[in-house]
Design a protein around this ligand. Structure first.
Ligand SMILES: Nc1ncnc2c1ncn2[C@@H]1O[C@H](COP(=O)(O)OP(=O)(O)OP(=O)(O)O)[C@@H](O)[C@H]1O
Length: 296
C-alpha cells in the first residue's frame, strides 16, 4: 500500500508513487532519452483532467497558441490516443511523414509542431481500439522518435482520468509540471482532486488549474451567468495549493473555431496569464536544476 493507500495497483515495478513502504523494486527510469538527433525539447508540460469532456484539448490548444504568440517554439503531442482532437482544432489534415531520422510532425499555421495518431491514420474517423500497453508503447515511440527540432515547450494533451496510460506518461515523460482542467460542478472538482493527489504522490508539480465553462456572458445584458452552478475552481486551487488559477467562459466561438480548425485565432485576452507565468517559472526552475547538476 502507499501512504494514502489510494493509488496502489500492487505493480511495484511499474508504479511511480514515491514514499511507498511496500516498494520492492525501483520504477523504470523516469525519462527515456529522445533517440532522434533532430530533437531538442527543453520543457514538457502535461495538460490533464480527471474527467473527459471538460475542455482539456481546448486548454492545451489555447496554451500552445498563446506561447507561440509570445514567440516561443512550441509543440503538441496529442497523447489522447483514443480521442485525438488536436489536428481537427488546428485544421491539420496533412499526414506525418517519416524518414531514416524519425517521424516528422505536422505544423500549424502559426508554426506549432503537432504529433497525433490521427495524422498517421488513412482516415481521421478510423477508430483506435488498442489496449493500454499498446497505447503506452506508441506514446513512448512518439516521444523518442519524433523530429521535434528545437522546442521551448512541448504540451502533452493527456488522456482523461487516471488510467494506466496516464500513469505511464506521468512516469516516463520528463514533465516540468502539469496544468489541470476542470468544469464548475462539484463532481468534477472532486475528480480533479484525485488527479492532483496522484500528481503529488508522483512528485510532479501541479502548476495551474483552469476552470473551463465557468460562466456564460450574455450578449444582451453583458452579465456573467453561472449556468453550471457556482464556480468551484478557486476553492479547489486553494485546497490543493495549486499556484495559478484561471477561468474560461462557455463560449460558442470555441466550438466554432475548433470545428473550423482555427483555434489559433482565439484571443484569450490574458485569461491564461497566471497559468503561463507558472509554466515559465517551472521552466526556469528546471533549467536551474539542470545547470546545478551539470556543475556538480
Ligand atoms: N468553454 C467552452 N465553450 C464552448 N465549447 C467548449 C468549451 N470548452 C470545450 N468546448 C467544446 O467541447 C468539446 C470538448 O472539448 P475538448 O475536446 O477540449 O474536451 P476534452 O476534455 O479534451 O475531452 P476528452 O476528455 O474527451 O478528450 C469540443 O467540441 C470543444 O470545442
Amino acid at each position: 500500500m502507499t501512504d494514502s493507500g489510494s493509488a496502489c495497483g500492487s505493480g511495484c515495478s511499474s508504479c511511480g508513487v514515491s514514499g511507498c513502504g511496500s516498494r520492492t523494486e525501483e520504477p523504470a527510469a523516469a525519462t527515456e532519452p529522445q533517440r532522434t538527433a533532430r530533437s531538442q525539447v527543453k520543457h514538457v508540460i502535461g495538460v490533464v483532467s480527471g474527467k473527459g469532456g471538460v475542455g482539456k484539448s481546448l486548454v492545451t490548444s489555447l496554451l500552445a497558441s498563446e506561447m507561440r504568440r509570445r514567440g516561443h517554439k512550441v509543440g503538441i503531442l496529442d497523447a489522447d490516443i483514443t480521442g485525438p482532437s488536436i489536428p481537427k482544432a488546428f485544421g491539420i489534415s496533412a499526414r506525418v511523414s517519416a524518414d531514416s531520422d524519425g517521424i516528422n510532425p505536422s505544423t500549424t499555421e502559426s508554426g506549432i509542431k503537432v504529433m497525433s495518431v490521427n495524422l498517421m491514420l488513412p482516415q481521421d474517423d478510423m477508430p483506435v481500439a488498442w489496449r493500454g500497453p499498446v497505447i503506452t508503447g506508441i506514446l513512448k515511440q512518439f516521444w523518442e522518435e519524433t523530429n521535434w527540432e528545437d522546442l521551448d515547450y512541448l504540451f502533452l494533451d493527456m488522456p482523461p482520468g487516471t488510467s494506466d496510460v496516464f500513469l505511464t506518461i506521468m512516469q516516463s515523460f520528463p514533465l516540468d509540471g502539469i496544468v489541470t482542467v476542470s468544469a464548475p460542478q462539484e463532481l468534477v472538482a472532486m475528480i480533479v482532486g484525485k488527479a492532483v493527489n496522484l500528481a503529488h504522490q508522483m512528485s510532479v508539480p501541479v502548476l495551474g488549474l483552469v476552470e473551463n465553462m465557468a460562466f456564460f456572458k450574455c450578449d444582451g445584458c453583458d452579465k456573467e451567468h453561472f449556468i453550471f452552478g457556482d464556480p468551484q475552481g478557486k476553492f479547489v486551487a486553494n485546497r490543493y495549493q495549486i499556484p495559478a488559477f484561471a477561468t474560461l467562459p462557455l463560449d460558442p466561438r470555441f466550438a466554432r473555431l475548433c470545428d473550423q480548425g482555427k483555434i489559433e485565432q482565439y484571443d484569450v485576452e490574458g485569461r491564461l496569464d497566471e497559468v503561463i507565468e507558472q509554466v515559465q517559472i517551472a521552466a526556469r526552475l528546471a533549467e536551474a536544476k539542470k545547470a546545478q547538476e551539470e556543475d556538480a
